[in-house]
Every structure is written in structure tokens, then in C-alpha cells.
Design a protein around this ligand. Structure first.
Ligand SMILES: NC(=O)c1ccc[n+]([C@@H]2O[C@H](COP(=O)([O-])OP(=O)(O)OC[C@H]3O[C@@H](n4cnc5c(N)ncnc54)[C@H](O)[C@@H]3O)[C@@H](O)[C@H]2O)c1
Length: 275
């Protein structure tokens, strides 16, 4: 058997329907592209209409159906309608990737400079949005009765002190914990739940936050001497969503070029940078 025939047999998501939140750009768009490449039809969620259309185009370019589901995933009504539109538009739901996150509009601050409004914005965008999506997705998967996979995008910052990103690190650690609880509760329904934890990934949102010198220092601190690429998270999502990973649930999987091993990511400087 040729090697690629074996790969096709092992990873074939044809006939499956996925939804990816925040899929108009960055990591989410790559995850959507790779799920489509593996055979899925994909609903693309984003806040921004133009970005959503770009995400849909990436799926269609892989020869699959893409559906735009514009919604603010911090709002429960919008999330419920997003899942309902996905099922009515693409026929079912099998794989959900909750990717919306990042540091919101909050500046990176020393712990004692944290203010309530910024903390709420970060926790809302990362943890609250993920929980709301998970509830709606889990309900839909249970109702369908054929199992499924939910992937929550966490962060390497959830595994170590997150200097100047305390609320973000705490929210992402909350996602890891949520994943464990959900995996336990939903396992008997054949629903697997996992967290994907990227290391620093230079998406269009994150790249402007760092100057070249900081990028070099981060790379130097990583065992692999390279950063994670958005498309590598797409490949990982395909693996975790496929039957190759069918006995894995409740875990968070780091894709951080070894950052966790060195645990020495240089802190982001004092500059008033915004992600
Ligand atoms: N890039 C990194 O270095 C890095 C590292 C670790 C974890 N992560 C996590 O990966 C995920 C994606 O990061 P990214 O760098 O690709 O982000 P990004 O900013 O490039 O893309 C996020 C997308 O989400 C959309 N979005 C934002 N708020 C939304 C909302 N409320 N409802 C719907 N859509 C919304 C944005 O419009 C954008 O298109 C985030 O959860 C982030 O925390 C990123």
C-alpha cells in the first residue's frame, strides 16, 4: 500500500461538518483550511464579515462547502443561533473548534496594575465565550447522538506564570479545566474534548506586538529554535479530530516548539503594546 493511501485511510473526515470560531484570520483560519483539506465542510465564525468571507474562501478553495456564520461568541443568543445555522446550512455537526481568544483590548499589565474592565474583557473573550460555545455545541452533539469532538484553543501561557498576562493565563488555564470536566461528563456520549495549547505564533494580530529583537529572544529560548506556525495548529487539529486520536480526551496538547521545557520565555517588555 502506498504511503499516501495509508494516510488517506487513516485520516478521512469526508462527510463530517465542523465549525471553527474566530476563523476569519490567524490560527482559526488555518484550522478551518486543514479540516476542509481533510474532507470536512466547515462553518466559519468571526465577528468581522470580511474576515468571515476570507475564511469561507479558504474552505471553498479546498473543494469543500464553507458557510459564513457571523456572530459575537461572547453573547449566548448569538452562539445558539450560530450553531442552529450551522446545522441547518450544512446538515449536521461533528467537530467544533473554539478558537476565539487573545488578550482582548487590554494592555499587557503588571499584576498590580490590572483593572476590572480589562480583566472582564480578557475573561469574556477567552473563557466565557468558550464556555458558551461548548454548551451549545455539546447540546447539539448530544441531540444528534453520534458522538463528536470539541477542541478548545488554550495557550502555553496556561501552563506557567504568564508575566504581564495574568488574566489571560488564568482564563486559558480555566479552559484546560473546563476541558477535563466536559470530557468526563460527555465521554459516555462518545464526545471527546481536548485543549490545543499553542506557543507564540506570529499571526497578524500578534506579530505587531513584538519588535524583531523580542522575536529573536523568544526563538533563542525555544528548544526547537523556531516558533509554532499557524498551519501546524491546523495539522494538529485534524489529527485530534480524527480517529487516529480516538482514545484521547480531556487532555491539553502543547504545540509550543518546546517552550514549556525551557520555561524561560522572555517577558514582554514594558512597552504599552496591545495585541
Ligand atoms: N498567536 C499566538 O501567539 C497565540 C498563542 C497561544 C494561544 N493563542 C490563541 O489562539 C487563538 C487564535 O489566536 P490568533 O493569534 O490566531 O488570533 P487572531 O486575532 O489572529 O484571530 C482571531 C479572530 O477571532 C475573531 N474574533 C475576535 N473576537 C471575536 C468574537 N467575540 N466573536 C467572534 N470572532 C471573534 C477576530 O475577528 C479574528 O479574526 C486565540 O484563542 C489565542 O488566545 C494564540
Amino acid at each position: 500500500m502506498a504511503e499516501n493511501e495509508l494516510a488517506e485511510q487513516l485520516i478521512d473526515l469526508t462527510g463530517k461538518v465542523a465549525i471553527v470560531t474566530g476563523a476569519g484570520a490567524g490560527i482559526g483560519r488555518e484550522i478551518a483550511r486543514w479540516l476542509a483539506r481533510a474532507g470536512c465542510d466547515v462553518a466559519i465564525n468571526d465577528l468581522d464579515e470580511e474576515r468571515t468571507a476570507r475564511g469561507v474562501a479558504a474552505v471553498v478553495a479546498e473543494g469543500r462547502r464553507g458557510l459564513a456564520v457571523v456572530a459575537d461568541v461572547r453573547e449566548s443568543g448569538a452562539v445558539e443561533s450560530m450553531i442552529a445555522r450551522t446545522i441547518s446550512g450544512l446538515g449536521r455537526l461533528d467537530i467544533a473548534v473554539n478558537n476565539v481568544g487573545l488578550m482582548g483590548d487590554a494592555p499587557q499589565a503588571h499584576f498590580t496594575d490590572l483593572v476590572a474592565e480589562d480583566v472582564r474583557s480578557v475573561v469574556d473573550r477567552n473563557l466565557v465565550a468558550t464556555i458558551l460555545c461548548c454548551v451549545a455545541e455539546a447540546k447539539a452533539l448530544k441531540e444528534q447522538g453520534e458522538g463528536g469532538v470539541i477542541l478548545n484553543v488554550s495557550s502555553g501561557e496556561s501552563t506557567r506564570p504568564a508575566l504581564r498576562l495574568a488574566a489571560y493565563g488564568a482564563a486559558k488555564a480555566g479552559i484546560n479545566h473546563l476541558t477535563q470536566t466536559m470530557a468526563t461528563e460527555l465521554g459516555p456520549d462518545g464526545i471527546r474534548v481536548l485543549s490545543i495549547a499553542p506557543g507564540t505564533t506570529l499571526t497578524e494580530t500578534v506579530r505587531p506586538v513584538f519588535d524583531d529583537e523580542h522575536v529573536e529572544r523568544v526563538i533563542e529560548s525555544l528548544p526547537l529554535r523556531r516558533m509554532t506556525e499557524p498551519e501546524e495548529l491546523g495539522r494538529m487539529a485534524v489529527f485530534l479530530a480524527s480517529d487516529l486520536a480516538r482514545c484521547i480526551t480531556g487532555q491539553f496538547i502543547l504545540a509550543d516548539a518546546g517552550a514549556w521545557l525551557s520555561r524561560t520565555r522572555p517577558p514582554i517588555g514594558d512597552a504599552d503594546v496591545r495585541p
